[in-house]
Structures are given as structure tokens and as C-alpha cells.
Design a protein around this ligand. Structure first.
Ligand code: SF4
Length: 350
């Protein structure tokens, strides 16, 4: 039975439409991916429940914003809305107190540090680094991820020295997107140079590509993949633009089949890396189709998998595993293949 036929037997995908040509192409590469373990992550800072997997219900990996809901860039796709659900921690002592409290009350095991950026797409975390140092000293097992935004070698070294474990950033492959969507006057090369600077540290690097960032169109994603293929980042996180964060009428929802093609391109260009689908993507049937493509393209993990994703793993014969953690970090795991930055909680220009 072909994958196309097998998908029709999955109840959750009853009304789903797939691109037959793309399915055939994905199935052609099935043998290459059959033994790849797929990890279904259910991070804890968002309510989650699917018919196939459940949330652990604890706040063990929250996200903090050092600017609360403020951001100077106000990118067209976000307008700082991604910061709203984060815990505001605008002063170092607030961050310190909240983290220590959550360790006691919720068993916090790590956190994501984020914030809105300045007009140059930079975030100045300097005054928060002593807090990170103190937390790492008192809780050596704590895992700390950070949205780096654009930075240079000195900035990357400062981050590393404080004890940050995982550095996350978005890679944009089209100058037009940087200018129009981000309102930012910086070249694609600055994103590449940030990756290069971060790769010179011992931090785990977790780059993201936002598929459809150019108002829902595919533009520059393949260039972003090419950039990453030049650096040893171990992992890549793909997310799909969510137009409902933008002003009505400015973005279209990216075609799910085109998204699936980017998944396949990523798998082919980065065959030895963890390629993961992060939390952000359009909901509903679009998400079911997207997640099915992610499993069939051979991605290594999916955050908040849609109903049907587990069944699709069954169709492809791939083994799977459920993890409760920020998808950026595999908590409590070690070893060359597992101790890596994997997914990301959210994607942000910052
Ligand atoms: S993506 Fe990041 S930089 Fe852009 S508006 Fe949102 S928070 Fe600000």
C-alpha cells in the first residue's frame, strides 16, 4: 500500500488533502528515514492536549521576556505578540526571584530567556548574565536557552561565559524579507556572521527558519538552509509563519504542500542533523497536514504534534518517543547524539 492510500485510513486525516507528487517523493526516501527516531515534544508553557498525547501539566520550562511585551522592531508578522505569553522579567532580580520560586514550587528544570529587540535586532542581556551565572552555580543541572538576536563575537562569548546552554536565533535568507517584514536595515550576511560567532562558542546552537516569513510566501528559505549547511549547528528548527499575529490582510497562510517541500529540502541538505518542527505553525487541518509531511519528510521531532501525527509515524514505520520539555533542549539526556539543542519553544526575530 502506498503512503497516499495508507493516509486515507487515518481518521484524523480523513478530510486532509496531500500533494500526490510530494508524497511519492517523500516515500522514495523512506528507507533513509525509517530508523530515525521521531520525538514528539510537549513543552510546558502552553496548554497542550491531543487525542494521542498529553501534556505533563507542570511549568518546568517557562519562557521569560526581559522587555515584558515591548519590542522596538515590531516586525510585521509578530508586532511583539510572541512576547505576550512570556513571564515578564524586566530586571535581573525579578528573573532571579521568579526562577528560584519556580524551582521550589513547580520543579523548574530550565527556562528560555527572550525579549523584544532594539532597532538593530539586538537584545542587550548583559545585566542579566550575573543572574544566569548565579543560577547555574546553585542549580548546575538547570538548562538555560536564550534568543540571541543578532550579535557579534564579543556578544556570543559573553553569553557563553555566563553559562547559557542553548543559543537560538532565526536565520533569514532574503534581504527583501529583512527590510520589509523586519523593518531592519541589515544584510543577510549579518545573520550568517551571528551563526559563525555562536559556532565559535561551546553553546549548543539552535537556529530557526520561519517558513513563509515573507508575508506567507516562500522566499529565501532555501538560502537560509544553504547558510546553515556551512556551519556545524547540530540542529535546525523549522516553524511556519502564523498570519494571525499580523495585521489582517497582510499575510497569507503558506501553502502546506510548499511547507512540506521545504521540509524535504531541509532533510536533504542537512542529512546528518536534527531537523525539527517547532511549536509555531497554523492550527487546524493545516497543522495536521503539515505535521504529517514533517513525519514523512523524515524530520526528527515535532513540538505539540497534531492529531494524526503518531498514526503517520506508524504508516512510515518510524519509531517515536514523547518528551515533556521545552523542545529546545533535551533535559536530562546526554551522549553525542542526544545532548544537542533540538527544537525551539517559539520563534522570534530577536
Ligand atoms: S519577532 Fe522578535 S523582534 Fe520581531 S516583533 Fe516579534 S519580538 Fe520583536
Amino acid at each position: 500500500m502506498t503512503w497516499h492510500d495508507a493516509l486515507q485510513g487515518i481518521e484524523e486525516l480523513e478530510d486532509a488533502e496531500f500533494d500526490a507528487g510530494l508524497l511519492t517523493e517523500m516515500e522514495r526516501h523512506a528507507a533513509r528515514n525509517r530508523d530515525r527516531l521521531i520525538r514528539f515534544s510537549t513543552p510546558t508553557f502552553k496548554e497542550y492536549e491531543s487525542s494521542e498525547l498529553s501534556s505533563c501539566g507542570k511549568n518546568t520550562f517557562p519562557a521569560f521576556s526581559i522587555t515584558a511585551a515591548g519590542c522596538a522592531l515590531m516586525c510585521d508578522h509578530c508586532e511583539a505578540k510572541i512576547l505576550e505569553p512570556m513571564i515578564p522579567a524586566v530586571k535581573p532580580d525579578i528573573l532571579d526571584a521568579r526562577v528560584r520560586q519556580l524551582v521550589e514550587t513547580e520543579g523548574l528544570q530550565g527556562f528560555l530567556l527572550s525579549g523584544g529587540s532594539n532597532k538593530r535586532n539586538e537584545i542587550n542581556y548583559s545585566k542579566f548574565y550575573p543572574v544566569i551565572e548565579g543560577l547555574k552555580r546553585d542549580f548546575p543541572q538547570m538548562r538555560i536557552a536564550i534568543h540571541t538576536a543578532l550579535t557579534d563575537r564579543a556578544g556570543a562569548k559573553e553569553m557563553e561565559a555566563s553559562g547559557v546552554d542553548v543559543a537560538m536565533l532565526d536565520i533569514i535568507g532574503a534581504e527583501e524579507t529583512i527590510r520589509k517584514v523586519y523593518h531592519l536595515d541589515r544584510p543577510v550576511d549579518d545573520f550568517e556572521e551571528t551563526v559563525a560567532a555562536l559556532c565559535e562558542t561551546s553553546m549548543q546552537i539552535s537556529p530557526h527558519i520561519v517558513i513563509g516569513l515573507h508575508y506567507g510566501r516562500i522566499l529565501g528559505e532555501e538560502n537560509a538552509l544553504d547558510i546553515l549547511s556551512r556551519y556545524d549547528t547540530k540542529a535546525l528548527v523549522l516553524v511556519v509563519i502564523m498570519p494571525f499575529y499580523a495585521k489582517p490582510g497582510t499575510f497569507v497562510t503558506p501553502d502546506a504542500h510548499e511547507v512540506g517541500r521545504i521540509f524535504l529540502a531541509a532533510r536533504q541538505r542537512l542529512p546528518d542533523r536534527q531537523v525539527l518542527l517547532g511549536c509555531a505553525r497554523p492550527p487546524g487541518m493545516h497543522k495536521r497536514v503539515t505535521d504529517a509531511y514533517a513525519v514523512m519528510a523524515g524530520l526528527d521531532g515535532i513540538a505539540f504534534p497534531a492529531d494524526g501525527a503518531v498514526a503517520v509515524a506508524g504508516v512510515t514505520g518510524r519509531p517515536f518517543h514523547q518528551a515533556h520539555a521545552c523542545c529546545s533542549i533535551k533535559l536530562g539526556e546526554s551522549g553525542a547524539t542526544t545532548n544537542i539543542a533540538t527544537l525551539a519553544s517559539t520563534s522570534c526575530a530577536a
